[in-house]
Design a protein around this ligand. Structure first.
Ligand code: GDD
Length: 343
């Protein structure tokens, strides 16, 4: 019988970590997660996977070399999925040091230690469409990078040095997915999509008055996280390591997302005004959406729209869940959970 592959996922407690752990377990892997200890403990879906013996977790942090070293020696992974990151763009302007330590130096710690215990290790790096920054869409693997935030700069430097660079210098199997925004009911509430679905569900149930947002004009290419983790595994099963843009090929504004979420809740919003004065009213004329410049970024990425033809051609990958299905799934999950809590 073939030996079971061992996968280590860093950033296991994030949205992608839980979906990927489930997928890898179903594919027959022994799955390990590097978990940052917090007083709140692991999120429920990680605890459930652990209790079901689908996932073993080891406490550690990519900011701490000794724990990275220990976990690599303990797990000796065949495949490493490096998802750990300070992943919030707005926050990266507030905490640039922490962002660089996790998103750049952290990648170096993971890659170097993984190579040290297994020179044939395969490494997946969560690279990001934010690296394209100011580059006009559509963006693909040949588009120039033009990062505009500490988050994107740190991710790009890690991508160039430890993924593309180590592949060329050391022949390491290091590959990346340049993922465009991907969302799900497990998305953190400080990202715009989940903030919208959670708040609108609360407004619908009379639990919240108003939703405050930043830039309503920003355009994003939003896909479903469950579809995107499949590609992470596929990337590591190829003969050669490459980088792939992963996206839906559709782009929408933040305002469009609000409208779609409202529709899924049988609500209708009428917009009025421009910029900081723009508001969204419900059918009774009450303002339920307003702009708060606090959520503006010092430097915004205005438009992301990915061209994922390489992934389609070489990996046979395409997204399965449509934009409307994604929004509906997120809204329903928030609405049902809130309804359950209040009944
Ligand atoms: N978070 C947030 N909160 N964003 C807002 C808000 C708000 O109240 N109002 C408007 N926005 C706008 C942001 O300015 C941005 O243009 C857009 O909504 C999306 O913001 P986020 O959901 O925070 O995601 P992101 O695009 O900055 O980054 C996400 O996707 C990247 C891939 O493209 C993150 O998941 C990154 O880690 C990831 O790399």
């Amino acid at each position: 019988m073939a030996k079971k592959k061992r996968a280590l996922i860093t950033g296991i407690s994030g949205q992608d970590g839980s979906y990927l752990a489930e997928l890898l377990f179903d594919k027959g892997y022994d799955v390990y997660g590097l978990l940052r200890r917090t007083s709140a403990g692991p999120p429920p879906y990680i605890e459930d996977l652990h209790l079901a013996k689908k996932l073993s977790y080891v406490y550690g942090n990519v900011r701490d070399l000794s724990t990275v070293r220990m976990v690599m020696e303990e797990v000796r992974p065949d495949e490493v999925y490096n998802l750990a990151a300070q992943s919030h763009v707005w926050v990266s302007f507030k905490v640039p040091d922490e962002t660089w330590d996790t998103n750049y130096y952290g990648v170096g710690r993971v890659v170097n230690e993984a190579m040290r215990v297994n020179k044939d290790v395969r490494i997946y790096q969560a690279s990001t469409s934010e690296m394209f920054g100011a580059t006009l869409p559509p963006q693909n693997e040949r588009s120039p990078f033009a990062p505009v935030s500490p988050y994107a700069e740190s991710k790009l430097k890690a991508h160039e040095e430890f993924i593309v660079g180590y592949r060329e210098k050391y022949g390491l199997f290091a590959a990346s997915g340049i993922l465009f925004n991907h969302e799900s009911p497990r998305r953190g509430k400080h990202f715009v999509t989940r903030k919208i679905t959670h708040s609108l569900a609360k407004i619908k149930l009379g639990l919240q008055e108003k939703l405050l947002l930043g830039n309503l004009e920003a355009k994003r290419d939003w896909g479903y996280a469950g579809d995107y983790v499949e590609v992470m595994r596929l990337i590591l099963q190829q003969q050669k390591p490459h980088d792939y843009v992963i996206a839906t090929g559709e782009t929408r504004t933040v305002r469009d997302f609000v409208d779609a979420a409202a529709t899924a809740l049988d609500m209708h919003i009428t917009w009025k005004g421009k910029g900081k004065s723009e508001v969204g009213r419900d059918t009774g004329g009450k303002v339920i959406i307003a702009v708060d410049p606090e959520f503006y970024r010092p430097h915004e990425v205005h438009q992301l729209l990915g061209d994922a033809r390489k992934a389609r051609r070489e990996l046979g990958w395409k997204p399965k869940v449509s934009f409307d299905q994604l929004v509906e799934m997120m809204v329903k999950s928030d609405y049902d959970a809130l309804k359950h809590q209040t009944s």
